[in-house]
Ligand binder design. Sequence first.
Ligand code: SF4
Length: 324
Amino acid sequence: MKESIESNIKIGISACLMGQPVRFNGGHKRSRFCTDVLSKYFEFVGVCPEVGIGMSTPRQAIRLMSENADDSNIRAVGSDDASLDVTEQLIDYAEQKASEMNDLCGFIFMQKSPSCGVYGVKRYLANGHPEGTTSGIFAREFIARHPLLPVEEAGRLNDDALRENFMVRVYTYHEWTSFRQQGLTPASLIDFHSRYKYLVMAHSLVHYKSMGQLLANLTRDTLEHIADEYFEQLMTALAKPASRKMHTNTLMHLQGYLKNLVTAQDKQELTGIIEQYRTGIVPLIVPLTLLKHHLNHHEEANAYARQQVYLNPHPYELGLRNSL
Ligand code: SF4
């Protein structure tokens, strides 16, 4: 079971989301979800790349400009005066911060920003016409140096599925980091995977299979290499939010551990509630709570099932599965 508070989990964040008045216009973009809710669980490390490279507040806004209608020669230039070009400074700053901030378990970026946006940042042609979309320079460079780090935009965290998925990835990343600090053995890696199996199943059956195959032969390479490959597959699998269909499949597999342990009536009730979840009548928390109730009542017989991270991937109090 996850503890409610794990303040040792560090999350990078665009400083304006923390309410710092660092935007080009002297304002901020405070995210109440981050400052009022997530700050109880995480230690936020704020960074404003534009201020970090020495730009003043307030300042001329910048935007992304490309002559080729693609990212091949994209530049971060002043919106009013294109001779102001801060591309190289932003790249250098991202490199510096990526090296300094190497103990993060996630990063929440400000959307739409030519520095911090991850998805759908406007790209302009030299004549000033908006042409396509891309990533902000700082975000792109930071992510390239931490490709497995869970990242999300603050705006996208308003989406229930994306919010839950980000939290699953952050807690997984944190647990893996702690796990690796404890020293790696074949048994510990197998044990780690045995707890993550059903979480992976809910996100990707392809990875569920390939990760099982990867760990089936621990002598084909060094354990370090296999562990690195395992983690890459794990984070890739979790990057895609679990669908209702995949959750239903996982719930049914876990229900299998109750076979011969619960009465026919209890089994019928659980099956019915999983079906209600499948058809969208009740949220995920409903079948999960009943499933956990039965698993907890048959403690000895279900040690394997009860240890599954899938049952408690993040603090219950956040209520992240109440709306899935
Ligand atoms: S979006 Fe990024 S660069 Fe812009 S004000 Fe916020 S932290 Fe600074």
